[in-house]
Design a binder for this molecule. Structure first.
Ligand SMILES: Cc1cc2nc3c(=O)[nH]c(=O)nc-3n(C[C@H](O)[C@H](O)[C@H](O)COP(=O)(O)O)c2cc1C
Ligand code: SF4
Ligand code: SF4
Length: 451
């Protein structure tokens, strides 16, 4: 039985799944229900000086029928009294001693940091998370991403927190920077025990085109907000991996951003995260999503014979390299499984219009027009012959392998799982990277699809 327990920067939890600081961690009763549902840890909704929130404050990005594939908010930190928060933290920790309870903080002055850190630890915090990431509202007041974007300020405030804290300190980084590495290093120089990333990405989620106002609308106006949810996972994975492979950076990472299922969590762990935080998926579907996450992770660990989370952390990092180190002589082509193909021809359209014009319809097509009184003519397509390569299947498109560059587009659009595979073709050339080609003159295979 794999052991799912984890120790992220000295913060222990029964599994790597933590709720990120956000509405699901706004109160003690919510976090207690989350722990009952299976969450291993929770980062409390950011505490700080009292604020007032706007109404409305969330926006969703719908993509071809998928609701909230991306999500955006213009919410600030907690709007509840600090006394209520600290009372509930105390109660929650008392009832759930084995779960990780991390308190997120964001204030301005050194005295305020000292005060809130002491009160958080007195209430029972297992760790602190410094919110240097909020990209709206708070940054205009000199906090959140305004701190996270300035390595010097990040380092200094981190060093105050580390000085005042007796529990591990995580620094939550903003993705609203050109390169995450200097910011992770700054937190490390400040003495942080770990970093968490990403917070939300500065964004406008959409525009109300009838009223000419960006979303989410507050009376007749809006502002930029923070983007998160499934759509941001690739950006978050890249930033986590960039830090994990940096030779100077060597503190633990709590990965956040677009985690919707166990597979996403595994990806974050393989790219260097010791724990994984989730916000949007829980906002959309509730605390119980963690049940599948735990089952899926456990099964994955069993299948791949990982006994502990630690043995998985960073396993994919060494295979992430610069473009110049990729083998230019490696070659694949698309192969269609005729038994799975449903003949939709989405791959044909994609390859013809968006790639290299090397998937072709399987047969000559005869169009018959059926005339119907009072209605537009109905076109009936019929195929009359099967070209070589279609294996006798009238519906299956044909890949011209001599022109296929192995770009993947047809596989991406194909609606049938595993119907198109990218298959390696031996071409007689030994591996050669761009760097080797430039420095050592190593031979490159002839190009396809660029005549
Ligand atoms: C409505 C909302 C409120 C948030 N509030 C906070 C906050 O108070 N403190 C914080 O550090 N992050 C906050 N976040 C950011 C999340 O903790 C998380 O970093 C981000 O949403 C990415 O994770 P996700 O893709 O799983 O949502 C908030 C996110 C949302 C959607
Ligand atoms: S891999 Fe690219 S080039 Fe090859 S058939 Fe598919 S879409 Fe066309
Ligand atoms: S997209 Fe997939 S299912 Fe559709 S025709 Fe192409 S191979 Fe067949």
């Amino acid at each position: 039985m794999p052991d799912l327990s984890t120790n992220c920067a000295g913060i222990k939890s029964p599994n790597p799944f933590w709720l990120a600081s956000a509405p699901p961690t706004n109160s003690g009763p919510q976090i207690e229900r989350a722990f009952d549902a299976g969450w291993g840890g929770a980062v409390w909704k950011t505490l700080g000086s009292p604020i007032q929130n706007v109404s409305s404050r969330f926006g969703g990005l719908n993509v071809r029928g998928v609701q909230a594939a991306g999500f955006n908010n213009i919410e600030l930190i907690t709007d509840r009294p600090l006394e209520s928060n600290f009372r509930e933290i105390y109660e929650c920790k008392r009832k759930y001693p084995k779960h990780a309870l991390i308190i997120s903080l964001m204030v301005e002055t050194r005295a305020e940091w000292k005060d809130l850190i002491k009160r958080s630890i007195d209430a029972g915090a297992d760790g602190l998370e410094l919110n240097f990431g909020c990209p709206h509202g708070m940054c205009e007041r000199g906090m959140g991403s305004a701190v996270g974007q300035e390595p010097r300020v990040n380092q200094e405030i981190t060093s105050w927190a580390v000085e005042y804290s007796t529990v591990p300190v995580l620094v939550k980084l903003t993705p609203n920077v050109a390169d995450i590495v200097p910011h992770g290093r700054a937190a490390q120089r400040g003495g942080a025990h770990g970093v968490s990333l990403i917070n939300t990405i500065k964004s406008i989620i959409g525009v109300d085109i009838d009223n000419f106002v960006p979303e989410p609308r507050v009376s007749g106006a809006s502002t930029n907000g923070g983007y998160c949810g499934a759509a941001v996972k690739p950006i978050a994975l890249h930033m986590v991996a960039a830090l994990a492979r940096d030779a100077e950076f060597n503190i633990p990472i709590s990965g956040i951003g677009g985690v919707s299922n166990w597979r996403d969590a595994v990806e974050f762990i393989l790219l260097g995260s010791t724990s994984v935080q989730v916000c949007t998926e829980v906002m959309l579907r509730g605390f119980r999503v963690v049940e599948d996450m735990i089952d899926g992770l456990e099964e994955y660990m069993r299948t791949h014979q990982f006994a502990t989370i630690d043995s998985m952390v960073g396993k994919a990092v060494k295979n992430y390299s610069e473009w110049g180190s990729l083998d230019l002589n490696y070659e694949t082509v698309a192969k269609i499984d005729p038994d799975k193909c449903i003949g939709c021809h989405m791959c044909v359209t994609a390859c013809q219009d968006g790639a290299h014009q090397c998937i072709h319809p399987p047969a000559a097509t005869v169009t018959t027009q059926l005339l119907r009184p009072g209605q537009p003519p109905l076109s009936i397509f019929s195929k009359i012959q099967t070209p070589p390569g279609a294996g006798g299947h009238l519906r299956v498109p044909v890949v011209d392998e001599s022109e296929c560059v192995g770009c993947n587009l047809c596989k991406i659009v194909c609606p049938v799982p595993d119907c198109i595979s990218m298959v390696e073709v031996p071409n007689g050339f030994s591996p050669s990277t761009w760097n080797e080609h430039v420095t050592e003159g190593k031979a490159l295979r002839p190009k396809k699809g660029s005549h």
